[in-house]
Design a protein around this ligand. Structure first.
Ligand code: PEP
Ligand code: MG
Length: 316
């Protein structure tokens, strides 16, 4: 009881039986660091670098400006993990100089890694800036690509990282159902996966994340989404690699326990949610999380899945 209460307010994320689940922060830039440190984040699980690019949508920020911003974030977690996402432009985050203006379906168009592959100079500059920013720091830098569809995408990204001289782990976000279905094959090219459950829900249910009327289908408790999380986590575990979640799903304390039960190895969220997720994990065992995950996946709606997991996790 006492141990659970102590670990709930600070310290590493873990279940009551000591299964460690690093709790990381989602940040958009240096301005978000104080809140992340205050919340006791163990690192950064998603650095959304596109915010740096949104200042001036007419051109990319200079390499020097990028190095400066990346360095500040890397310095905030000297011994920790910092997962930087390569520029994710397009769809809900259009950039004038990169995003085609005439796409009929921007969410299904040239966005994320697809944009970077069409503009290799932008990707090269960013990866080089990251390499410079990390120079001499003990930080564990990880760099991941948004919107990876398959192994070909993953290889193109890993090659670009190597060419830029990046000494880091390279990873792929799982935001497209094809990536979850073929996680094993993607993991032949990269060292870790990170589930972007916001986009993964959007593409699994063909439900635009910006359309409020489709909230039922965007619900991360949807059993189909849990199935895709499970596929990805299983593939990573079987290869001895990690599979985190950095979408909104990780910030729901109850769902966070279910994700851990599905085999997810770290959770990244807005800093404000970290204390709640830490407290929820500290109250349950790993076996309980696994039973909750199984119960949720046996249901046919998000609502039933949530209720089933809540029952198992409350120990009833
Ligand atoms: C996601 O899609 O879940 C994600 C983490 O990325 P973003 O919300 O920035 O698209
Ligand atoms: Mg996304």
């Amino acid at each position: 009881e006492r141990r659970a209460a102590l670990s709930a307010s600070s310290g590493p994320g873990q279940t009551s039986d000591g299964h460690l689940v690093p709790l990381l922060a989602n940040v958009g830039g240096p301005a978000d660091l104080p809140a992340a440190l205050d919340a006791g984040a163990e690192g950064v699980g998603l650095f959304r670098t596109e915010f740096l690019f949104l200042d001036d949508s007419a051109k990319a920020p200079s390499e020097e400006k990028q190095v400066e911003a990346y360095r500040k974030v890397l310095e905030a977690f000297p011994e920790g993990r910092v997962v930087v996402r390569a520029l994710d432009a397009g769809a809900d985050k259009p950039l004038d100089f990169l995003t085609p203006a005439d796409e009929p379906n921007p969410a299904l168009g040239v966005r994320g890694l697809r944009t970077l592959l069409e503009h290799p100079e932008v990707m090269r500059t960013q990866l080089r800036a990251l390499a410079k920013a990390a120079e001499g720091l003990p930080v564990h830098l990880e760099v991941m690509a948004p919107m990876v569809a398959d192994r070909v995408d993953a290889k193109a990204f890993a090659d670009a990282c190597r060419e830029a001289g990046l000494r880091a782990k390279f990873g792929a976000m799982v935001e497209i159902p094809s990536a979850a279905l073929r996680a094993r094959s993607i993991l032949q090219e990269v060292e870790f996966l990170s589930l972007g459950t916001n986009d993964l829900a959007q593409y699994t249910f063909a439900a635009d994340r910006q359309v409020g009327a489709l909230a039922r289908l965007q619900d991360p408790w949807q059993p189909a989404l849990l199935d895709l999380v499970s596929l990805s986590a299983d593939a990573a575990r079987s290869l001895g690699k990690s599979c985190g979640v950095c979408g909104e799903a990780a910030s729901d304390p109850l769902l966070a326990c279910v994700l851990v039960g599905l085999g997810v190895t770290s959770l990244s969220m807005g800093a404000a949610s970290i204390p709640y997720v830490r407290a929820a994990l500290a109250k349950v065992t790993l076996a309980q999380c696994q039973r909750a995950a199984e119960a949720a996946r046996a249901m046919d709606s998000a609502e039933e899945a949530r209720a089933a997991a809540a029952q198992v996790l409350s120990g009833e």
